[in-house]
Design a protein around this ligand. Structure first.
Ligand code: ADP
Ligand code: MG
Ligand code: MG
Length: 861
């Protein structure tokens, strides 16, 4: 297969083969935009390289030399020719954007002789040697493994010795001196073709750097894709004061506002902007100094956004007043921006509603659900930087990624404070509640990565001086922040505050509501919530829940006065005694249910009968036992005896779920009476209750029959006595493998089946839910499982059981409603699976409801 494509040979749909960057370079070339010419070596070649045990295909060099000749013709310069040299950038580019994760080498093709030739030809020795020193350090770092800091350090030393402060103070002669020092640190190949070959290989290799691997893990990107290599003619932002480099977004990536937004550095290479070494100027500076260039840039960004029908993130360079495009891609954005842009673009007629839905990820939705700093409460603002990534966060100051990891692993919230961040810091950024940097703009590494992760961040906080050595930072006003101090960041305003400042719950926006209304219009799957308290139920409804899919009745009994009655009930030694306490519990349960019906007026409320092992309710401490003994008037010894009698070797597989109803039918009778009395009360108050009683942990149809009998009898008793009719349903949880395998036998007895995928996963794997923490991380790391099956549904086996259960039960009875109420009900991947399975609803925690609504729509469009 063809391994090398000229920029004139591909287009934007070739991202798989040419990588995102390469495909877009091709597309821009064919749009007639000023892209320095070049060629792409395919991702397939990268895979080939790894398969061959890290060996370049033998014909590859021949193949790219053909392309290289054509680039030389087009550019009117020759690679390796000292009289008229052509230089290349060698850039990585994966099918999925991984900004800054892999390696780029610039100014490739220089050696002593060619650098001298470049100086003569351009009549700009300072530029030539600045480029040469950049090349040496980059090549040494990326290809030869000599750390970049070594070179930085030499520059610092040289500047100090010669009384220079900034790079612009360095003359051609200064750079030549620096180069001669560099050459004592590294022995790099003089032959440009040798350089090229090594660079191509190094880009392939960079697919496997630890930071790239972490990034892929975090973003669920397949390890097998590989990267393309883009070999592109260089243009030079460091040529002089009429040159420079910039980064821009077609809309504001933080707010989504439709306003061109960019940053620019005069007389600088693009790497200087991205690295955040100097804080760039707003792109308006270009408008003043080079209005023609600005005009071209402005037109180009508008054209690209229209062409791609999405917000674009651009990299461009100006050399001697001429404008060049180096990259375009769909820009990373905050959740708020994603929603605003999607909704605005529908309004502008650029995309339709379904496309808009696909532009917003679950993480984006979360941004509407994250806290922000309460503006009323703001005090002690000690510094202000750029509002790089919104939200509010409080934590202890740490100064390195390692520290961040360590402190966070102790369950404490950290704010990572750095001069700037690099991809090496990812592991610390991942665990930080917030990120604060002294340098860098809105497009610096820290800003881009934090926005992507939805972590609050402030960058370019120039009034802060960080001293890594003694673990402190001081502001221009003399405030000293030490390691371990608590600060609060407001990533929306850029303010840094002392102490823990109160935050307010995330608020919605009109755009967000519009988008969710489109989601509702374009989904089939219903979304319910798991809730027990009236507050949670109300919140869930506000967030769009269409009922309760799981009310765990035992949670209603954990409150202090109730648990005492519960304990007394469990410890009862006769049926009469038990009944007395059950009557008291009934009243609590009735009140709670009434409130739930009120909150969910007109919507179904699925109530699960008591599920957990009874001893979970019992006291374990000596003093608790004594208190209970006093309360029920029994000797301590007796309490201890009963408690011990109830303890189980394996409670999760023990005396729980519907087994309780079988042994103690009176508990179920109480629950049913409470539910139905509440339902009748509700009707009398003008509320429309829709109770659905759910039997947990069923393994066998006879359990269902026996318990349904109890339920029906209880229901009829209440309805007859109160002379009111209330529609109700009886169904079962599907959470044991045996239940799913015998679904056809259960079907005739139930009106709904709700997959309890927490227990179903536990029993399918034989992995204890409460103990997986000890080994799942190793399973994931060793790639035995792709992800934690308790987080994202295991489609192969657990999903298979669900599928069989749906098919088999449907075969014997039509009209059964199917739902899922495990944690997976709020996981977008699992939601998609449930949609495809034809379930009727998912049920998840209240705050996941908007995400579930979006995910359900995305599964359908
Ligand atoms: P990343 O994937 O990390 O963004 P890039 O391949 O875009 O890496 O390269 C980083 C920077 O190098 C670019 O932003 C650009 O400023 C500079 N660069 C890349 N290719 C060229 C080129 N042909 N001419 C000038 N600068 C370039
Ligand atoms: Mg790169
Ligand atoms: Mg780039």
């Amino acid at each position: 297969a063809k391994r090398v494509y000229l920029f004139s040979e591909g287009n934007k749909d070739d991202r798989e083969l040419l990588g995102g960057k390469g495909a877009n370079l091709c597309e821009m070339t064919s749009m007639g935009l000023p892209v320095p010419f070049g060629f792409v070596i395919t991702t397939a070649t990268c895979r080939e390289y790894f398969q061959a045990g890290n060996k370049l295909p033998s014909l590859l060099e021949q193949e790219y030399r053909v392309a290289l000749d054509l680039v030389e013709k087009k550019m009117g310069a020759r690679f390796g020719d000292p009289e008229n040299p052509l230089l290349f950038s060698v850039r990585s580019g994966a099918p999925v954007s991984m900004p800054g994760m892999m390696n780029t080498i610039l100014n490739l093709g220089l050696n002593d002789e060619i650098a001298a030739g470049l100086a003569v030809k351009t009549n700009n020795p300072r530029f030539a040697y600045d480029s040469y020193r950049r090349f040496i350090s980059m090549f040494a770092d990326v290809v030869m493994g000599v750390p970049g800091e070594k070179f930085e350090h030499e520059i610092e030393k040289y500047k100090q010795a010669h009384g220079k402060t900034f790079d612009v103070d360095m003359s051609a002669e200064d750079w030549q001196e620096v180069i001669s020092i560099y050459k004592t640190l590294v022995d790099f190949p003089e032959d440009p073709f040798q350089q090229l070959k090594m660079a191509v290989e190094a880009v392939f290799q960079s697919w496997h750097t630890p930071r790239a691997i972490i990034y892929r893990e975090m973003n669920n990107i397949a390890d097998t894709l590989g990267t393309a290599v883009n070999v592109q003619a260089m243009v030079f932002g460091n040529f002089g004061d009429d040159s420079g480099s910039g980064v821009a977004f077609t809309r504001n990536p933080s707010t989504g506002e439709k306003m061109f937004f960019g940053e620019f550095l005069f007389n600088a290479a693009g790497e200087d902007v991205v690295a955040g070494i100097r804080t760039p100027l707003p792109v308006d500076a270009l408008k003043e100094r080079q209005p023609d260039v600005y005009e071209e840039l402005y037109k180009t960004q508008a054209l690209l956004e229209k062409h791609y029908r999405d917000m674009q993130d651009l990299e461009f360079t100006v050399q001697e007043g001429r404008f060049y495009m180096l990259q375009t891609r769909s820009g990373k954005r905050t959740g708020r921006a994603a929603v605003k842009i999607a909704v605005d673009m529908v309004g502008e007629g650029l995309i339709n509603e379904k496309e808009a839905l696909m532009r917003v990820s679950p993480e984006h939705v979360e941004a509407f659900l994250h806290p922000t700093v309460d503006p009323q409460a703001k005090t002690d603002i000690v510094a202000t930087g750029l509002p790089a990534s919104p939200g509010g966060a409080t934590g202890e100051i740490v100064f390195s990624a390692e520290e961040a990891e360590e402190v966070a692993s102790q369950g404490r919230s950290v704010i990572l404070v750095r001069r700037e961040t690099t991809p090496e810091d990812i592991h610390g950024m991942k665990v930080a509640a917030g990120i604060l940097t002294e340098l860098g703009g809105m497009t610096s590494h820290a800003a881009v990565v934090a926005r992507g992760m939805g972590v609050c961040a402030i960058t370019g906080c120039g009034t802060l001086s960080i001293n890594y050595a003694d673990g402190s930072a001081h502001t221009d006003d003399g405030v000293v922040l030490k390691r371990g101090d608590t600060i609060t960041l407001d990533g929306t305003s850029g303010e840094v505050m002392l102490g823990d400042i109160p935050k307010i719950e995330a608020s919605s926006s009109d755009d967000f509501q519009t988008l969710l209304s489109w989601a509702d219009k374009h989904r089939r799957l219903k979304v319910r919530a798991n809730a027990e308290t009236p507050e949670d139920a109300a919140k869930a409804r506000e967030l769009g829940a269409e009922g309760i899919g799981l009310c765990r009745t035992e949670h209603m009994f954990f409150e202090a006065t109730r648990i005492e009655k519960m304990r007394a009930m469990i410890l009862s030694e006769s049926k009469e005694e038990r009944q007395q306490y059950l009557d008291e519990l009934l009243e609590f349960q009735r009140q709670d249910m009434l409130e739930l019906f009120r909150a969910m007026d007109g919507l179904p409320v699925t109530i699960r009968l008591l599920d957990p092992p009874l001893h979970e309710f019992l006291p374990h401490e000596e003093h608790e036992m004594q208190a209970l003994a006093d309360a029920v008037g029994k000797p301590l010894e007796k309490i201890r005896e009963i408690t011990e009698g109830l303890s189980e070797v394996n409670p999760m597989l023990g005396f729980r779920g519907c087994r309780l109803s079988i042994v103690y039918p009176e508990i179920t009778e109480m629950q049913v009476k409470a539910i139905m009395t509440a339902a009748v009360d509700a009707v009398e108050q003008g509320i429309k209750p829709m109770p659905e009683i759910m039997i947990p942990l069923v393994v066998n149809v006879r359990e269902i029959r026996l318990i349904t009998e109890i339920i029906d009898r209880g229901v009829q008793e209440v309805l007859r006595e109160r002379q009111v009719s209330v529609p109700y349903k009886v169904g079962t949880m599907m959470e044991t493998p045996r239940a799913t395998l015998g679904a056809d036998r259960l079907a005739p007895e139930v009106e709904f089946m709700s997959f309890g995928t927490n227990d179903l996963t536990q029993m399918t794997y034989g992995f204890s839910r409460d103990d997986v923490g000890k080994f799942i991380p190793s399973y994931i790391e060793k790639k035995i499982v792709d992800s934690d099956p308790f987080v994202s549904l295991d489609q192969r086996a657990v999903g298979r059981l669900m599928e069989m259960a749906v098919q088999e039960s449907r075969r014997v009875k039509k009209g059964i409603k199917y739902g899922i109420c495990g944690e997976h009900g709020g996981d977008p991947r699992s939601i998609r699976f449930c949609h495809n399975l034809g379930l009727d609803y998912v049920s998840c925690s209240p705050y996941r409801v908007p995400i579930a609504r979006m995910a359900a729509a995305q599964a359908h469009v």
